[in-house]
Design a protein around this ligand. Structure first.
Ligand code: RUQ
Ligand code: CUA
Length: 653
C-alpha cells in the first residue's frame, strides 16, 4: 500500500507526523512507565516456545519471514520470489527453475499478502500462499518444510495485488490484477485506456498440490482491483474485491481516480461461475504462463501453459455485482460469520459495512442503481448494514476477534480502531507508531479467530529504534486484545515491508515439521547414496562431481584434471540423517551463491572455472568440532591440458 491519494491527505499526513513527533518528545523519559506487566506478557523464557507462529510478507524483499508471538523473535526467512544466497534458493540448479516465468528468469518480486490455507473456514496450517505483485504469480509454501513448493504465473494480469485470498476450503486462490491493461496485450495508445483496458479476476485451484492452475478468469471493467476476501459460512461461494479508479483514469490517478464519490466492491459468485464453466460458458484464450513445482527428487519441474479459460460477465448472468463503496476503498474484509463485508475507503470518513443478506435481497429484487458493462450496480442503501462513524482517518484493513469486534487500521491517523459488529460504535482506539498498513489477528480473517493479540504492521518507524542510516526497519507492534482496551505490549522490527501477516497457534505446526529428508527416498537423478558411490565423471566439457557430505568431510575432497572451458556441476548429497545438521558448500571464485544442503537431500552448484590454479572449497555451516577441517581443493589446468581426471575419497563403504 503506497498510494494514498490527493494532496490534502499528504498535508494531513505531514501535519500528523509533526503532531506525533511533538507528542513523542513530551513523553520522552517515560514511554515505558507502567510497562512492567507488558514485559512479562511477551517474555518467553529461554528454552520455552512461543504460542503462535506468525508469517509476515517481506514486501519488496520478495520473501516471507516467520516470527514467534508474543516474543517477536525472528525464526526464519522463507525465500519465495527472491533469490536468497543464504541457502542457494534461486541459485542452485534445483531451485533456479522456481523463478522462471514466461519472461524468463526473474530474481525478485514484491510479496504482499500471506494467506494460510483453511478447511471449513478454519486455518489448518497445511500451506501458506503469497502473491508476487510485480510479475504476477502466486506461490504455495509447504508448512512441513517451510519451503516454497509451487509457483504459478497468472496470465492476463498486471500488478497481482488483490491476491492471494483463499476460499473457505482452499478450493480457490483468488487473484486479481491491480492495473488494468490491454487484454490480450498489444501495442496501443495509453490515452485510449478508457473502455479498452480491462481487469481480470482469476480463480486458481488451491487444494491440489503440484497442480495449481487457473481454473477460470473473469474479465472485468478497466478499474484497479485492490484487495479481496472470500466469503465464508453464510457467504461461502462468493468472493469480494475492492476497486478504485472506476473513473478509468490513466494519468495522475491521485486526482483523476479520486473524483467519484463511490467506487465499488465487486461481489463475485464463484459457485455460479463454476456452474457456468461446467455448462460450457466462456472461451479458451491463448495465453503463455509458467507453472513451477518442486517435484520428485526435489527438483523444479517447469511447465509452460498455453491457454486460459476466460469468462465475460455476460457469459454467466448473476455472477458479478457491484456494491457502491465510498472513496477508493482499499481493504475488504468479511467477518467470521460471513454476513458482514467491511471496506476500508482510504479517503472515506466512515467505515462502510455491507450486509450479505441485504445484498442477496437486493439482487433478488433487482434493486439496481445502474448496470455497467453488463454488471448490475446495487443501491448503496439497499446493501449497507451500517457505517462506523468517525473512525479516524484513512481506514485500510479490518480484522476480527472471536468476541464480535472489528479492528480497523487507520493509516493517516496512525491508530487501530476497535468497533462493535451490529452497533457499529467505536469502542476503543490505540495509537500505532507510525502509519499502520495492515493489521493482523491470529485467525482474524477466517471463520474462527483465535484472538488474543493484534499485530500492527507499520510503514514508518521514525524514532522507535536506534537509527540505522537513511533506511529504517518497518515495524510490527503487538497488542493484547483480551481486555476492553487494546494494550500495547511490544515493538519489533521486520524485514522488507510486511504488508500483511497471518498467524496460527504453534501446536498446529510444531509436530508436523520435517526433520530430515529420508535418504532412501532421495530421487534426485544425480544423488550419491553413500560415500562408496562418490566420483567424478567427465562427458566432453561437462564434469559432474557426485559428492557426499557427512561430519566432517567431503567425498571426493581433492579433484584434479579440471580444465578451463569446463562446466563443473557439484551434486552435493548430504548423507546426514539427523535433525539440524545441514552442510554448506562454497567454491572459491564461483559466480554463484553457496549451497546449504539439508540432511538427505541433493543440491547442485554450477561452476565455470575461469583461472588456472588450485582453489579450495569448504563447508560454510559450523557442523561439528571438525567443521574447519571440512574442505577440499580443485586443480584447474589450462584448456587442452593432459592432466588426468582424478580424485580422492574417504570411502570405506
Ligand atoms: S496492501 S498495507 Cu498490499 Cu494494504 Cu500493503
Ligand atoms: Cu559441514 Cu561444516
Amino acid at each position: 500500500m503506497k498510494t494514498i491519494g490527493a494532496k490534502r491527505w499528504t498535508l494531513a499526513l505531514l501535519a500528523l507526523f509533526l503532531g506525533t513527533a511533538a507528542l513523542y518528545s513530551c513523553q520522552a523519559g517515560g514511554p515505558s512507565a507502567g510497562m512492567g506487566d507488558a514485559a512479562s506478557a511477551v517474555y518467553v523464557a529461554p528454552g520455552e516456545y512461543d504460542e503462535f507462529y506468525a508469517f509476515m510478507s517481506g514486501g519488496f524483499s520478495g520473501n516471507v519471514t516467520v516470527y514467534g508471538l508474543p516474543s517477536g523473535r525472528l525464526l526464519r526467512t522463507v525465500p519465495v520470489f527472491s533469490q536468497f544466497p543464504e541457502n542457494g534458493w534461486g541459485y542452485s540448479e534445483e531451485t533456479k527453475g522456481m523463478l522462471e516465468t514466461s519472461w524468463g528468469f526473474i530474481p525478485w518480486d514484491d510479496a504482499h499478502h500471506p494467506q494460510l490455507s483453511q478447511t471449513e473456514g478454519v486455518t489448518d496450517g497445511r500451506w501458506l500462499f503469497i502473491n508476487a505483485n510485480n510479475t504476477p504469480r502466486v506461490a504455495r509454501i509447504d508448512l512441513t518444510t517451510f519451503e516454497t513448493d509451487e509457483i504459478l504465473e497468472v496470465p492476463n494480469s498486471a500488478g497481482n495485488h488483490a491476491s492471494p485470498f483463499i476460499t473457505e476450503n482452499t478450493e480457490y486462490v483468488v487473484a486479481s490484477t491491480r492495473f488494468s491493461v490491454p487484454i490480450p496485450q498489444r501495442d496501443m495508445p495509453i490515452s485510449e485506456y478508457k473502455g479498452n483496458f480491462q481487469g481480470t479476476i482469476s480463480f486458481i485451484r488451491g487444494d491440489d498440490p503440484g497442480n495449481m492452475d487457473v481454473a477460470f478468469q473473469i474479465v472485468v471493467p478497466g478499474y484497479n482491483y485492490d484487495l479481496s476476501n472470500a466469503g465464508r459460512k453464510a457467504s461461502a461461494g462468493w468472493a469480494f474485491l475492492t476497486t478504485y479508479n472506476t473513473e478509468e483514469a490513466h494519468t495522475l490517478l491521485e486526482v483523476n481516480a479520486s473524483r467519484h464519490d463511490k467506487d465499488f466492491i465487486a461481489a463475485v459468485h464463484w459457485k455460479r461461475a463454476e456452474t457456468c464453466v461446467a455448462e460450457g460458458a466462456g472461451r479458451d484464450m491463448p495465453a503463455e504462463y509458467i507453472h513451477n513445482h518442486m517435484g520428485p527428487g526435489r527438483l523444479t519441474r517447469s511447465e509452460t501453459k498455453r491457454s486460459v479459460k476466460v469468462l465475460e460477465p455476460s457469459d454467466c448472468p448473476d455472477m458479478v455485482f457491484f456494491l457502491p463503496t465510498p472513496k477508493s476503498p482499499h481493504g475488504v474484509d468479511v467477518d467470521p460469520s460471513g454476513e458482514y463485508i467491511a471496506a476500508g475507503g482510504k479517503l472515506a470518513a466512515v467505515i462502510p459495512v455491507h450486509s450479505f443478506t441485504k445484498m442477496l435481497q437486493a439482487i433478488e429484487a433487482r434493486d439496481y442503481e445502474t448496470v455497467v458493462d453488463g454488471i448490475p450496480v446495487l443501491r448503496y442503501e439497499a446493501v449497507l448494514a451500517g457505517e462506523v462513524k468517525e473512525p479516524g482517518l484513512g481506514p485500510l484493513h479490518t480484522e476480527f476477534d472471536d468476541q464480535g469486534f472489528g479492528y480497523t487500521s487507520m493509516f493517516i491517523s496512525s491508530e487501530i480502531v476497535k468497533w462493535k459488529l451490529g452497533t457499529w460504535e467505536v469502542v476503543d482506539r490505540a495509537p500505532a507508531y507510525y502509519s499502520i498498513g495492515h493489521l493482523m489477528i491470529p485467525g482474524g480473517d477466517s471463520g474462527q479467530p483465535w484472538g488474543k493479540y493484534a499485530v500492527a504492521l507499520n510503514k514508518i518507524t521514525k524514532d522507535r529504534y536506534l537509527p540505522t542510516g537513511p533506511e529504517l526497519a518497518h515495524a510490527a507492534q503487538l497488542y493484547d486484545i483480551t481486555g476492553d482496551r487494546l494494550r500495547l505490549l511490544l515493538d519489533f522490527p521486520t524485514q522488507g515491508e510486511p504488508h500483511y501477516a497471518q498467524a496460527l497457534p504453534a501446536h498446529i505446526l510444531m509436530d508436523r515439521q520435517a526433520r530430515i529428508f529420508p535418504l532412501e527416498e532421495n530421487a534426485h537423478p544425480h544423488a550419491t547414496p553413500g560415500e562408496g558411490a562418490a566420483r567424478v565423471e567427465r562427458s566432453g566439457n561437462v564434469v559432474r562431481v557426485y559428492m557426499t557430505t557427512i561430519r566432517t568431510h567431503f567425498s571426493p575432497d581433492n579433484i584434479e584434471g579440471i580444465r578451463l572451458g569446463d562446466t563443473v556441476y557439484f551434486h552435493v548429497t548430504n548423507l546426514e540423517q539427523d535433525w539440524d545438521v545441514p552442510h554448506g558448500f562454497a567454491m572459491m571464485g564461483a559466480r554463484n551463491a553457496e549451497l546449504l544442503v539439508m540432511p538427505g537431500e541433493t543440491r547442485t552448484l554450477k561452476w565455470v572455472p575461469t583461472r588456472v590454479g588450485v582453489y579450495p572449497f569448504y563447508c560454510t555451516d559450523f557442523c561439528s568440532a571438525l567443521h574447519q577441517e571440512m574442505q577440499g581443493y580443485v586443480r584447474v589446468s589450462p584448456a587442452g591440458s593432459d592432466v588426468a581426471l582424478s580424485y580422492s575419497t574417504g570411502a570405506t563403504d
